[in-house]
Write a new protein. Structure first.
Length: 191
């Protein structure tokens, strides 16, 4: 079965499976596809039999899948635990067809995503970086992000290319908790 057919199976049947990515570290993501759009795929990520966040990935980021005996058992456990009821996308995301539209909605809704960028460097090969923080504005081919580091220190805003976006996550424990702390207790945003 082709990758496109497996993505559709996951969407149609609410079926959790492992997706291989083109990440430099050959990362995988376990989850249920909740939407397939022109530019991207939306997944509810599964970790330890619990759905933890919404992951938005450009089609180019997903290169393969595993859908075998381990996934069959995982789906049985998820059904037994009642987790499958949580496998859906936010309503506003249903109206987005492009990554640019997703970023614009995040900016308008003041949702601070966690996102990973992957790019090629002449000297060092393929590199990646993870950012968390608010989207400031969105242009045709890029967007500005005001992010903070793992110590909770605000950095100067970055301009990032939309076509270097590997994945974007919202509503997961890491970004929800760190963002809540930064908004309430962390250092003031220098803008």
């Amino acid at each position: 079965m082709s990758l496109r057919a497996k993505l559709q199976k996951s969407l149609d049947e609410g079926w959790c499976m492992r997706f291989r990515t083109n990440h430099p570290k050959e990362d995988t993501i376990d989850g249920v596809v909740t939407a397939i759009r022109r530019d991207f795929v939306v997944l509810r990520e599964e970790r330890d039999f619990v759905f933890d966040g919404v992951v938005i990935m450009p089609h180019r980021s997903i290169i393969g899948f595993r859908d075998g005996k381990f996934e069959r058992r995982s789906n049985e456990v998820l059904l037994h635990a009642g987790e499958m009821r949580r496998a859906r996308s936010p309503i506003w995301l249903e109206r987005c067809d492009s990554l640019r539209e997703v970023l614009h909605e995040l900016e308008q809704r003041d949702i601070w995503p966690g996102l990973e960028i992957v790019w090629n460097d002449e000297d060092d090969g393929t590199l990646s970086a993870f950012y968390v923080g608010p989207v400031l504005d969105v242009d045709d081919d890029s967007f500005h992000l005001h992010c903070y580091d793992a110590e909770g220190v605000w950095e100067d805003p970055y301009e990032l290319a939309i076509d270097e976006l590997f994945q974007l996550s919202i509503d997961d424990r890491y970004t929800k908790r760190f963002n809540a702390w930064m908004r309430a207790e962390g250092p003031a945003r220098p803008l």
